[in-house]
Design a protein around this ligand. Structure first.
Ligand SMILES: [Zn+2]
Length: 230
């Protein structure tokens, strides 16, 4: 976000009504940490809708809203959509009826500048980070394979086929592994995640709303740790 765009953003935010300040949740988690499952649980528990900036952007482009048209210009020029537009989309989303009691932010913010801008338009009451050691993520992701015929999902360690290489479900004997499920690719993605998240975690820690949850345990236990936080 550049200075020129920041000024109108904060002056506009001053006029936000208290309705938009209902408490929201931010969820962080590395790839393979089960963030999607836990996001679903949080939505169910709190009734707060899950908000993804990617989805909002796609919807705005499809609907041709003024922010959508503005965003399209940047995308067609091969540029990143500026934070001011993303924040504008969030601000509009927060005015919708289902966001009355706040939302669950997934995949946002990604930078401190975004966290600062978000703090102007939404009250974030808690930031939950699902933490799983990198080695465990590598083990989870790299062990996955699926049946080439029926797409049944297996895992080398946690859920192997009864007969090696033969699908339990349909008997097909050809298993597939995704090319990007290899250790180097996963470790690269994880280090990008840590680089991006660490400063944000510190930023939220300073504001006493950061909570780390142990994601290296049974899905239901992760869910109850999160429920305890909420
Ligand atoms: Zn199969």
């Amino acid at each position: 976000m550049n200075g020129a765009r920041r000024a109108p953003l904060s002056s506009r935010s001053l006029h936000s009504s208290p309705v938009h300040m209902a408490s929201s949740i931010v969820l962080f988690g590395p790839p393979g940490a089960g963030k999607g499952t836990q996001a679903g649980n949080i939505v169910e528990m709190t009734g707060k809708p899950q908000v993804s900036t990617g989805d909002m952007l796609r919807a705005a482009l499809a609907a041709g809203t003024s922010l959508g048209v503005e965003a399209k210009g940047f995308m067609e020029a091969g540029q990143l959509v500026p934070d001011s537009i993303i924040i504008g989309l969030i601000e509009e989303r927060l005015k919708e009826a289902d966001a009355e009691n706040g939302v669950l932010f997934d995949g946002f913010p990604r930078t401190i500048a975004q966290a600062e801008a978000l703090s102007q338009i939404a009250e974030v009451s808690v930031v939950i980070a699902i933490e799983v050691p990198d080695g465990r993520i590598v083990e989870r992701i790299c062990g996955r394979y699926t049946c080439g015929a029926c797409a049944a999902v297996y895992h080398d360690t946690f859920n192997p086929t009864a007969n090696p290489g033969v699908c339990d479900q349909c008997g097909h004997a050809e298993m597939k592994r995704r090319a990007d499920d290899n250790e180097d690719t996963v470790r690269t993605r994880l280090s990008a995640y840590h680089t991006q998240t660490a400063p944000l975690a510190d930023w939220y820690r300073q504001r006493d709303i950061f909570v780390a949850v142990n994601g290296d345990q049974d899905i239901a236990k992760v869910g109850s740790e999160i429920a305890a936080v909420l």
